[in-house]
Ligand binder design. Sequence first.
Ligand code: TXA
Ligand code: MG
Length: 339
Amino acid sequence: MTVVINMREGLDERKIKVAGRFILEGKLVAFPTETVYGLGADALNEKAVRRIFEAKGRPADNPLIVHIADFNDLKKLAREIPREAKLLADRFWPGPLTLVLPKKEEVPLVTTGGLDTVAVRMPAHEIALALIRASKPVAAPSANISGKPSPTLAEHVIDDFYGRIEAIVAGGETRIGVESTVIDLSSERPTLLRPGGLPVEEIEKVIGPVEIHPAVKGKAVDLAKAPGMKYKHYSPNAQVLVVEGPKERVREKIKELVEEYRSKSYRVGVMATEEFEADEFFYLGKTVEDVAKNLFKALRELDRQGVDVIIAEGVEERGLGLAVMNRLRKASGYQIIRV
Ligand code: TXA
Ligand code: MG
């Protein structure tokens, strides 16, 4: 029932036509972007979009991002395009930036989770852009079962959706590894709703100060503006603990925790930027870019190895680090150990 369309060796226009036709027929097609894999459907087809929510087990009030391949498509989706939107799109599209704008009538409320705004982005991935060009604006949340870590490999999508959607375009590992940055431009001041692949510092260089929504750093709060924030997210089956603080002390604490949990006969996994003794270990890489790229893969991989607890090393909340820590804290259900 699920066709896996292999494009790991690169773009194939003939295969793209097939995938594009699926979208036009109201079917579900997972595809790679530069951030994570998306689970796509025709954004303007209510019935198709409803199937995305069903397949993911996603609450109906958590809106989807609409993906476009041409700036002119934004005019078909957004009622107003403020100056900031134009500036940011010029500078960062295609790229890992999503803009929330007042929506046009044509965009179904199913797509926007009942909101009067629509989230739009232009992905920087040749397969994603070709698929959109071969079909329509594509609504696509991350292609994971709701609550699970986002997929950065076609294999992750296959694990979650094989047999449940019509097609999966396999395009290799995603380059960035965390989802797009979401900026709300529909209210008085530009507000960061979700940190992501584009650091907020870069955005501020173009449009000036951006307000940080309180839920970005701390515990999730219930707020109608940022519906995605209140749900359980990125959680593997294992319990996750995040250790935050100065590097040296974090290192000591991780060692201590490994001992403690192992003495209680837990199978312990560690994900970190340097080697640790544990039952399972996942090396995240050196730079914060490496950590972002490997984060979700590490959570899924340690889970697959059947550990009971995952101890994750925190990183500094600068640049991509803000997105990394946001995802890690959520994955842990806010079980944060500060040293
Ligand atoms: O990188 C990405 O953004 C990936 C790839 C596939 O493009 N997509 C993605 O979609 O992460 P999803 O559905 O997992 O996350 C969408 C986020 C959610 O936090 C949602 O609440 C927010 O965007 N969002 C969407 N529409 C919104 C709106 N109208 N107002 C406020 N937030 C919105
Ligand atoms: Mg998601």
